[in-house]
Design a protein around this ligand. Structure first.
Ligand code: ZN
Length: 340
C-alpha cells in the first residue's frame, strides 16, 4: 500500500480508500512504557471536522471529546451539561473561531475551564463575503478577535466573516500547525510525537491539494459555476477556482414563497450553472425542485460544516475534501459533455 494509491480521486467522487486510515508511518506506535490511558492529555474539540484533525495530530497520546458530532449543525448548537463536564476535565480546547461556535464562550464560562484554548483558524486570511463579494481576502489575523464572540447566534447568514476556512487545504495546514503547537505546549513531554504526526498529516494534505488543483484545472473555467445551498464554500471556491452561488432560499428551513421560488429559478437559469448541490445538513426538497424546473443537473451532496457518520465517505477531513472535489469534478465534466 502506498500513500499515492490512497490519494486517487475516483470518477464518481468516491475514494478507493479513505484517507486517514492509511499512512501514519510516523509516530503511531504503542504508548511508551509508563503512559497509561489515564495519562492521555484530555482534549475537547468543538465540532467533527476539527475533531478529526485533532485525532490525527494527537493520536494515542490524547483522549478526545468532540462536542458537535457528524451531520450536526455547529452554528445552531445548544451545549449540554455533559459538554460542560467534558470541558471542565479538559486541558486543551480546540475551536475554529471566526464566530463559527457562537455558544463556546458561554460554555467556557459555565464550565470554569482553565486549560489552554487553541484557535485553529488563527493566522488564516479571513474572507469577508458581505464586505467584499468580489475579492475575498479582505482581512488578516482577525481570527483571534472573533473567537471571543458574544454568542450572537448569526445562524447560517454569515454576515461579516466567513468561518468555513477549512475548505481550503492551505488553511487546513495552518489549523494542523496550530493544533500541534497547542498540544505540544500543553503536553511538552510528547511534543515531538505531535509534531511528527502533524508533519505526516500535512504531507498528505499537500498531496490532496495538488490533486484537487490538477483535476479542476482540466475543466473549462466557464463551466466551473455551481449552486450550493448555504454560503460555506467560499474558501474552496477561491482556492480551487470554482464559483459557488449560494441561494439563501435553498438553505432555509421554511418553505419559500412562490415569489422567492420564482427568483431562485430565474437566478439559476441566468447564472448558467453546471450543477446544483445540497449540503449534508440541509433538506434536499427545494434544491430538487429547482433542478427539475431548470433542467440543471442535481449534483448531489457536498459536506460543508460537519463530517458524515463513520460508514459514509466524508467521515474524515481529507475524505470530506476528496469527496466534495470528486463530486464537483464529476458533475462539471458531465455538464461540459452536454455542452449546455
Ligand atoms: Zn455554515
Amino acid at each position: 500500500m502506498t500513500l499515492k494509491n490512497d490519494l486517487v480521486l475516483h470518477p464518481d467522487g468516491r475514494r478507493r480508500r479513505l484517507l486517514g486510515m492509511g499512512g501514519l508511518a510516523l509516530g503511531l506506535g504503542l504508548l511508551p512504557p509508563g503512559i497509561s490511558a489515564r495519562d492521555r492529555l484530555p482534549v475537547v474539540a468543538t465540532f467533527s471536522i476539527l475533531g478529526d484533525m485533532v485525532r490525527e495530530v494527537g493520536g494515542e497520546r490524547i483522549s478526545l471529546t468532540t462536542i458537535v458530532g457528524p451531520n450536526m449543525d455547529t452554528h445552531q448548537f445548544e451545549p449540554t451539561p455533559q459538554d460542560a463536564k467534558a470541558l471542565l476535565e479538559a486541558k486543551v480546547l480546540v475551536l475554529n473561531g471566526l464566530d463559527f461556535e457562537p455558544w463556546i464562550s458561554r460554555l467556557v464560562q459555565a464550565s470554569e475551564f482553565k486549560g489552554r484554548q487553541v484557535l485553529a483558524a488563527d493566522g488564516i486570511t479571513v474572507r469577508r463575503p458581505a464586505a467584499s463579494a468580489k475579492g475575498g481576502h479582505a482581512g488578516h489575523g482577525d481570527a483571534h478577535d472573533h473567537a471571543h464572540g458574544h454568542g450572537s447566534g448569526h445562524g447560517h447568514a454569515h454576515e461579516g466573516v466567513d468561518p468555513h476556512a477549512w475548505h481550503d487545504l492551505a488553511n487546513g495546514m495552518i489549523y494542523v500547525r496550530n493544533i500541534a503547537a497547542g498540544l505540544s505546549k500543553a503536553d511538552p513531554r510528547n511534543a515531538s510525537y505531535y509534531e511528527s504526526r502533524a508533519a505526516s498529516y500535512i504531507s498528505r494534505m499537500k498531496t490532496l491539494d495538488h490533486e484537487i488543483r490538477t483535476a479542476m484545472a482540466a475543466i473549462p473555467a466557464e463551466r466551473r459555476r455551481v449552486i450550493s445551498s448555504h454560503d460555506s464554500f467560499g474558501y474552496f471556491g477561491a482556492a480551487y477556482g470554482i464559483e459557488f452561488i449560494p441561494l439563501t432560499g435553498l438553505s432555509s428551513e421554511a418553505e419559500p414563497s412562490a415569489r422567492d421560488l420564482a427568483r431562485i429559478i430565474e437566478t439559476t437559469r441566468a447564472a448558467q450553472v453546471s450543477g446544483i448541490f445540497i449540503e449534508n445538513m440541509g433538506s434536499p426538497a427545494l434544491a430538487q425542485q429547482v433542478a427539475r424546473e431548470t433542467g440543471v443537473l442535481m449534483g448531489g451532496t457536498l459536506y460543508s460544516d460537519s463530517l458524515s457518520p463513520p460508514d459514509q465517505p466524508a467521515a474524515t477531513y481529507l475524505g470530506m475534501l476528496s469527496w466534495n472535489a470528486g463530486r464537483l469534478v464529476y458533475v462539471l465534466k458531465q455538464s461540459a459533455g452536454q455542452g449546455s
